[in-house]
Design a protein around this ligand. Structure first.
Ligand code: DPP
Ligand code: ZN
Length: 844
């Protein structure tokens, strides 16, 4: 397959002045007519007229009204065109019904919908399908479907047709069309300048009752973007549509966001607290793209983090404002370590701004999104809040309507602050997570911290230069009082020391507060000091971090030395658990152990070969011991944290339910599931029902409830995804793969729905000891299903290949088993470009 390089960027030789599209919808044979005004760019000498196009049947083409016969090439067409402005017209036929890749125009449950990012528009018509080509669009949709939507504002409609006009120039990846039998949940929003905007969430009949929460989230997002960034919405209407079959979470098409139904539909009976929070965040994310992504877009796909990193950063700020900032930060770091650090430390490592790719769909990664957001967080910390606001305002003023690069982004910060960001830019160009070693020294009232940074080699990048690392540090005195408030140390050298004067005694440092940089901190310290920080640190993130480190060390000692669970840590946990003055959500986070995959990674980094079964056993032993030690207080703790009254997904109630669920899982280890069974019976919301079922299934006491759950919810696809996933997640390591295999034979399993595929295969890959069971059955099952899905849906297949990315952590036998499966996938005839690229990179 062809490799594309950042360094090869060349602009398109023509301006696109306007686009008019007419769709005549038919499931197996939709006709698309295009009428596009092109003009050669001044100064471009005889540019090639190349239009992308894939899986299109060309019916006719004309230039300035005269029929032409273009040359069809791999991936598009070329044509001789005048050296002055001209009108291109074409008609193509496409097959939405046969489109199982879910890119371009396709059908989901009888409804037409589109997904064009990154390169799906070329499956709709011939077009310069690249983000730096921006134009206004007029769209006419002809068909019997009662609802027909596209971008922008509605202009006219009649029996069997509707017309839309999007006045804002946009790249083709933001194009969208929806048509079907849909019902809306309507509302409106008045913008800061007093403009009334019509809002709708469109769903299949029957789902109307699941839109209210999403609508509130949308209105909050619109208000927040005005208040926090001064950004106002810019069309008369904003539509959201829920679609069942969708490769991503959601898509920010101009004025017509299309959502995976799992990321917008919500009701207390069918959605957990975690679902509610995620839905609120994704609605915000897609809405915020209207400015960071749509009004200002990317020049090319290498700049993907320009919109994604910034928009993730903005949605995290939003969630922090709506809910608890420390809880959001801790959750984000857990997620970063679970998904981005393994990527950065393995064969799929790539810079936040990659310099090459074969298939751009493979770069919608945790590195682009989450590390991309971390980089912006560092920038904000370095320049300060005020200068951040100045720079971002300059970005909107200077670049509105443009397709931009990371250079443009950094330049507004340089211009607004006078800083030189050339070294900072390494965060965008160097892959890999820096390791930050710390040592300390204290003499005569002066405390010195010395840091050394180094980044391991990553594919194609053997050597790394030192980066700018903002290290937020505070100091605590021996009695637990803070003797030095947070200071941001700006590290620029490979090795650098910082001093703190006037201290009466050797302090305890709290380093990397709020996780001020996405690095791996290496510091030799004692469990006593960790417990001290867990008790006294003023920074909630570092308090959690201290608890997390204690948990990790306890697990590592159990796995490596067969040690008993650390008594001091158990003590600290019990104290915290009983401390009602602490936020329940925070207590729940401290109580949630590092993941088993996380422990495997730690062992690997310390030079050991992780044994998944031993890690699993340690987790079980630890939880069992904790439950026993807490035996006397668990019933009271359970009662105290039970939320009664009408369900509300607000942060306080959901934090309490989270803690309550963790207590229930401890209690279930002692009471044989009695309390969980009662909770299952009494539950009037999915959070409590699901928590109870999880406990029961883990205890092997949940067959009846699982059956009842299935009967109750078999008509609800999203709830059934939970049921599928839970069967695997709760299985023992030796049975996880066979449970998953049976589920792939279940009548409700289908390769055609990405959510269902992810529910089953994602749960298998997420069951650390089950997926990595020595039999290799988990590897085998995943490989078989990836091979089967690749024929239908390369994009979702390729993403799921990442389950194998950590394979070099494990022993030779497991590596050999995985290699066999990776080679089996790679050797499959007709394997997609997407999956080929992923498997090749993982194998390298
Ligand atoms: N829709 C995806 C997102 O919002 C890709 N842009 O991140
Ligand atoms: Zn996004």
């Amino acid at each position: 397959p062809e490799t594309f390089y950042l360094k090869d960027y060349t602009p398109f030789g023509f301006e696109v002045q306007s686009v008019e599209l007419t769709f005549r919808l038919a499931p197996g044979a939709t006709r698309v007519q295009s009428r596009i005004h092109f003009a050669p760019k001044p100064g471009a000498a005889n540019p090639e007229f190349f239009l992308h196009g894939e899986q299109l049947s060309l019916i006719s083409a004309a230039v300035d009204g005269a029929p032409v016969t273009p040359t069809l090439t791999e991936g598009g067409l070329t044509c001789n065109v005048p050296d002055q402005p001209f009108v291109w017209e074409a008609e193509v036929e496409i097959d939405p019904q046969g489109n199982t890749a879910l890119e371009g125009l396709y059908m989901s449950n009888g409804m037409y919908c589109t997904q064009c990012e990154a390169e799906g528009f070329r499956k709709i018509t011939y077009y310069p399908d690249r983000p730096d080509v921006m134009s206004t669009f007029k769209v006419r949709i002809e068909g019997d479907e009662p609802v027909k939507l596209s971008n922008g504002n509605p202009t006219a409609s009649g029996a069997g047709w509707a017309e839309w006009h999007d006045p804002w120039p946009k790249p083709a990846y933001l194009f969208a069309l929806v048509a079907g039998d849909l019902v809306n949940h309507p509302d409106s929003f008045t913008t800061m300048s007093g403009k009334e905007v019509e809002l709708n969430i469109w769903v299949r009949p029957g789902d109307e009752g699941k839109c209210a929460f999403g609508m509130e989230a949308l209105k909050k997002s619109m208000k927040w973007d005005e208040d926090a960034y001064g950004r106002e919405y810019d069309l008369d209407i904003f539509n959201i549509v829920a679609v069942d079959d969708f490769n991503m979470g959601a898509m920010e098409n101009k004025g017509l966001n299309i959502f995976n139904s799992s990321c917008v539909l919500a009701s207390p009976e069918t959605s957990t607290d975690a679902n509610f929070e995620r839905i609120e965040a994704i609605i915000a994310h897609e809405y915020f793209h209207n400015w960071t992504g749509n009004r200002i877009t990317c020049r090319d796909w290498f700049q993907l983090c320009l919109k994604e990193g910034l928009t993730v950063f903005r949605d995290a700020q939003f969630t922090a404002d709506m809910r608890s900032a420390p809880v959001k930060r801790i959750s984000d770091v857990i997620d970063l370590r679970a998904r981005q650090f393994p990527e950065d430390g393995g064969p799929l490592a790539h810079p936040v701004r990659p310099e090459q790719f074969q298939e751009i769909n493979n770069f919608y990664t945790a590195t682009i999104y989450e590390k991309g957001a971390e980089v912006i967080g560092m920038l904000k910390r370095l320049v300060g809040d005020e200068d951040y606001a100045k720079a971002v305002t300059l970005y909107f003023d200077r670049h509105d309507g443009q397709a931009c690069t990371i250079e443009d982004w950094l330049k507004v910060f340089e211009d607004a602050t006078g800083r030189d960001l050339s070294q900072f830019k390494r965060w965008y160009s160097q892959a890999g997570t820096p390791h930050l070693k710390v040592s300390e020294d204290y003499a005569d009232g002066t405390y010195t911290l010395t840091f050394e940074q180094s980044t391991p080699p990553t594919p194609g990048q053997p050597d790394k230069d030192p980066r700018v690392i903002p290290i937020a540090v505070g100091l605590l005195g021996p009695n637990g009082d803070e003797v030095c408030a947070t200071r941001v140390l700006e590290m620029t050298e490979a090795k650098q020391s910082f001093t703190f004067d006037g201290l009466a005694a050797k302090p305890v440092p709290s380093i990397l507060r709020e996780f001020s940089a996405p690095v791996i901190l290496e510091r030799e310290t004692s469990n006593a000091e960790r417990a001290f920080l867990l008790a006294h640190d003023t920074d909630p993130f570092n308090r959690w971090e201290a608890g997390n480190a204690l948990a990790r060390e306890a697990r590592v000692a159990m796995v490596l030395e067969g040690a008993a669970p650390d008594a001091d840590y158990l003590d600290a946990l019990q104290k915290l658990l009983r401390d009602d003055s602490q936020d329940p959500a925070f207590r729940a986070l401290v109580l949630s152990p590092p993941s088993q995959s996380d422990i495997a990674q730690t062992l690997f980094e310390r030079g050991h070969v992780p044994d998944p079964q031993k890690i699993f056993d340690a987790a079980e032993t630890f939880a069992q011991t904790l439950a026993q030690q807490l035996a006397d207080s668990l019933p009271r703790l359970y009662a105290d944290t039970t939320v009664s009254g009408a369900y509300s997904p607000d942060a306080i109630s959901s934090g309490k339910r989270d803690l309550n669920g963790r207590i229930l899982s401890l209690l279930t280890r002692l009471d044989g599931g009695q309390q969980a069974a009662r909770q299952y019976e009494d539950a009037d919301n999915m959070t409590q029902q699901y928590a109870a079922l999880t406990c029961l299934l883990k205890a092997e006491k949940g067959d009846a409830q699982s059956q009842a759950f299935f009967e109750q919810w078999k008509g609800d696809r999203l709830v059934m995804d939970k049921w599928f996933a839970l069967q695997i997640a709760s299985a023992a390591p030796e049975t996880a793969a066979s449970v998953a295999r049976d589920l792939t034979q279940h009548e409700l399993f289908t390769l055609k729905n990405p959510n269902r595929f992810r529910a089953v295969m994602g749960a298998l890959a997420g069951h650390h000891a089950g997926f990595h069971h020595a039999s290799g059955a988990g590897y085998r099952l995943l490989a078989e299903n990836l091979i089967a899905l690749d024929k239908l849906n390369p994009q979702t297949t390729a993403r799921m290949c990442a389950a194998f990315q950590t394979w070099k952590r494990y022993d030779a036998d497991r590596q050999a088993l995985i290699r066999t499966e990776l080679e089996r996938i790679a050797g499959t005839e007709g394997l997609s470009r997407d999956t080929t690229e992923m498997v090749t990179r993982i194998l390298d």
